[in-house]
Design a protein around this ligand. Structure first.
Ligand SMILES: NC(=O)c1ccc[n+]([C@@H]2O[C@H](COP(=O)([O-])OP(=O)(O)OC[C@H]3O[C@@H](n4cnc5c(N)ncnc54)[C@H](O)[C@@H]3O)[C@@H](O)[C@H]2O)c1
Length: 279
């Protein structure tokens, strides 16, 4: 797809991977509709892109609010006349053993990481199909959508679901006449603020057991040593242009995925793993 002059929508655009995707699509000559729950970082990103001559619609919203995403779609189509690349990217992480995670935290992570992706698709895709123009949807999952590390169950469950949702969406679109492609982004560690997700947690920062705090410290180190979000954004850009489904930014992690698939086929339980085994 030729991106110049077309419109990209990015959720979670105030930080990390979302911000880098917005910058990469702006560099490709696209107009942008950006959303984030954090007003200030979003305004900083939007202003910097406007200074570079990009047209930007920026909206502070909570992606769990389907009406807010509907309203963004309406504004995007009325201002720019369309939407061509939709990146359902906002995400949060929460940790602990399955039985210790509160009902509120399950709701929060499922709401942001999974249900919001459905909201984004429901708000934009009917309009994209009706426009008859080419389009592409990028859903941000994770390597945690292809593996099952301990202590990350809400995150892992939602990211597996985003992989399944993206694969199904691809089939659904293939059955229609729409010229709309799908990609699912499955990164390993990326240098962002994902490990500080509690900054947006309803009710503030969660208490953590000693064991969980130690695990978090290790994860902080992996995030700090992760790849640059700009490298991820470059691969997202290329996947959109080339119509590529899987976006796998960390090929060194693929043997982990292969081991799990081989265990499934062999009828064996997949080997247990910790977040620190993701490397
Ligand atoms: N960083 C990594 O190592 C990594 C690896 C795999 C996948 N991911 C995924 O990448 C995506 C982007 O995360 P990131 O790593 O850039 O982290 P980040 O924390 O830097 O950025 C996430 C953005 O989402 C926004 N957000 C959070 N809750 C929101 C809500 N309810 N409504 C709207 N916006 C909300 C945040 O304000 C933030 O700007 C997430 O889906 C994450 O799960 C990250």
């Amino acid at each position: 797809m030729d991106l110049k002059g077309r419109v990209a929508v990015v959720t979670g655009a105030g930080s990390g991977i979302g911000r880098a995707m917005a910058e990469r699509f702006a560099a490709a000559g696209m107009h942008l509709a950006l959303a984030d729950i954090e007003a200030e970082p979003l305004a900083v990103v939007a202003d910097a892109l406007r200074e570079r001559g990009c047209e930007v619609e920026a909206e502070r919203l909570d992606v769990r609010d389907s009406a807010a995403l509907e309203a963004l779609a309406v504004r995007c189509f009325s201002r720019f006349g369309g939407a061509h690349v939709l990146c359902n990217n906002a995400g949060v992480a929460s940790g602990g053993p399955v039985w210790e995670i509160s009902e509120e935290d399950w709701d929060w992570v499922i709401g942001v990481n999974l249900v919001a992706v459905v909201h984004g698709i429901r708000a934009f895709v009917p309009k994209m199909i009706a426009s008859g123009e080419p389009g592409h949807i990028v859903n941000t999952a994770s390597i945690a959508g292809l593996t099952c590390p301990a202590f990350m169950s809400p995150y892992t469950v939602t990211k597996h679901a985003v992989v399944a949702l993206s694969d199904t969406l691809r089939s659904d679109l293939a059955m229609s006449d729409a010229m709309i492609g799908v990609s699912v982004l499955c990164p390993g560690w990326v240098r962002t603020r994902i490990h500080e997700s509690d900054r947006n947690r309803p009710g503030g920062e969660a208490d953590a057991s000693e064991e969980l705090s130690m695990m978090r410290e290790l994860v902080d180190g992996f995030i700090a040593g992760g790849i640059d979000p700009a490298d991820v954004a470059e691969q997202v850009h290329d996947a959109v242009v080339n119509g590529q489904f899987w976006i796998r930014t960390h090929p060194e992690m693929e043997p982990m995925v292969a081991k799990r698939c081989e265990a499934i086929i062999a009828g064996e339980p997949p080997p247990p793993m910790l977040p620190t085994d993701i490397k």
